[in-house]
Design a protein. Structure first.
Length: 402
């Protein structure tokens, strides 16, 4: 089967979504499919991967960089980019794919083409961008949004994007939604929560949860080299944006309540998005670690603490912790609720609850047996999220449409 994947970026541009697209493309190619990825040209050549042909498309962003004054690269917008639409039209005519699989807002540049109504179209939702112009489902800095309304979205998008672009993006998301609903054959949100929050049931579309995943090899990676920058001895580990929304404030407050004389070190790794100038004794923050170092961090941790306070769609870090045998403290926010069972594969705490997070960490530190049991259950639970399992499910969806 010839599969054309539409993605905003492809490595060397790297992030959770880009890693997902790349690994899925490689897995499909290894299974004998002819895989082509169409992505935005960002001024540097895409990685040359075996079995995957990447097509970098000319786009408005590289021609008019002033459109993205605060971004370090062009981004797909919720409106058709005429240059991307034209390039996709030529590419479809040349490749004649059996199925098109889209990720992110680049789908909006494909929808005007006649091929979009002729070829099977799968749309993976990695966030809340089908209904939320900021993609986050958070209202300003006040917390979880109860759902989009014109007035709330106007205020929030203006704050997020600025007075000039915010209302335009809000209008584009709202008016483009009926078009996506008509043209997409199957929506594949990465979690139950993402499907429900994007109101897919209410909109009467076909949808099925197909989650993010981790490579199969990660489950057997028990001899991961210990990165020399990791603390000596036991430590607690966090990976992700270093922000309040990711629960870093809760992590630090809970860690500060642990006994100073006996608590292990705390290592936080990620992009700094809050003030970390006054860390508790024993805590350390690092930035710009590559993925192999993150894997090492999880593999050797006494426990992973990932207490997200926003509805994380399907955080790969939770899956990596489980696959690498790190006992996990987390919340049931967003897609995490699909991934873990409290007391079985993780200790689940209420978001932002410092007392409960402290108690959970104390339980793990006081009982190695509890940690071993959680890690063993987590390694079983995570099998539903292996790369081969997810790729097979996409194959089945593709076959049902062709």
């Amino acid at each position: 089967m010839r599969v054309m994947v539409l993605a905003q970026f492809y490595p060397p541009v790297i992030g959770g979504e880009e890693r997902h697209v790349r690994n899925l493309s490689l897995e499909l190619a290894a299974r004998g499919h002819d895989v082509h990825v169409a992505c935005l040209d960002v001024g540097q050549p895409p990685v040359d991967d075996p079995g995957v042909t990447v097509h970098a498309l000319s786009n408005l962003g590289v021609r008019v960089p002033a459109l993205y004054p605060t971004a370090d690269r062009p981004l797909a917008l919720p409106i058709p980019d005429p240059f991307v639409t034209r390039a996709l039209g030529r590419l479809v005519a040349e490749l004649r794919p059996d199925v098109v699989h889209a990720h992110n807002w680049i789908i909006n540049s494909y929808l005007p083409l006649p091929a979009a109504r002729r070829l099977p179209l799968v749309y993976s939702l990695h966030d809340y961008s089908h209904v939320c112009p900021t993609k986050r489902l958070m209202y300003l800095d006040e917390g979880l949004c109860s759902g989009p309304t014109p007035r709330k979205c106007f205020t929030c998008t203006t704050d997020w994007y600025g007075a000039g672009r915010g209302p335009v993006i809000q209008a584009a998301v709202r008016t483009g939604r009926p078009v996506r609903n008509r043209v997409v054959d199957v929506f594949t949100p990465v979690s139950t929560y993402v499907g429900q929050a994007n109101a897919l049931d209410e909109q009467g579309v076909r949808w099925e949860v197909v989650p993010n995943f981790v490579p199969d090899a990660l489950l057997s990676s028990r001899d991961v080299p210990r990165d020399p920058a990791l603390p000596e001895g036991d430590y607690l580990f966090f990976a992700g944006d270093l922000s309040e929304q990711k629960g870093v404030g809760t992590v630090l407050a809970a860690y500060d309540r642990l006994d100073v004389a006996s608590r292990p070190a705390l290592l936080l790794v990620g992009r700094e998005a809050m003030d970390l100038s006054d860390l508790p004794a024993g805590a350390r923050a690092e930035q710009k670690w590559d993925h192999d170092r993150i894997v090492s961090g999880f593999a050797h941790a006494r426990a992973a603490v990932l207490p997200s306070q926003w509805p994380d769609p399907c955080p790969t870090t939770v899956l990596e912790a489980m696959a690498l045998g790190a006992p996990l403290v987390t919340t049931a926010m967003g897609g995490i609720a699909d991934m873990v069972t409290d007391g079985d594969s993780a200790l689940v705490v209420p978001p932002g609850d410092v007392d409960m997070t402290t108690r959970a960490l104390s339980r793990l530190l006081d009982s190695p047996e509890l940690g071993a049991r959680l890690a063993a259950s987590g390694s079983v639970e995570v099998r539903r999220y292996l790369q081969s399992t997810v790729a097979q499910r996409f194959e089945e969806i593709y076959a049902s449409l062709v």
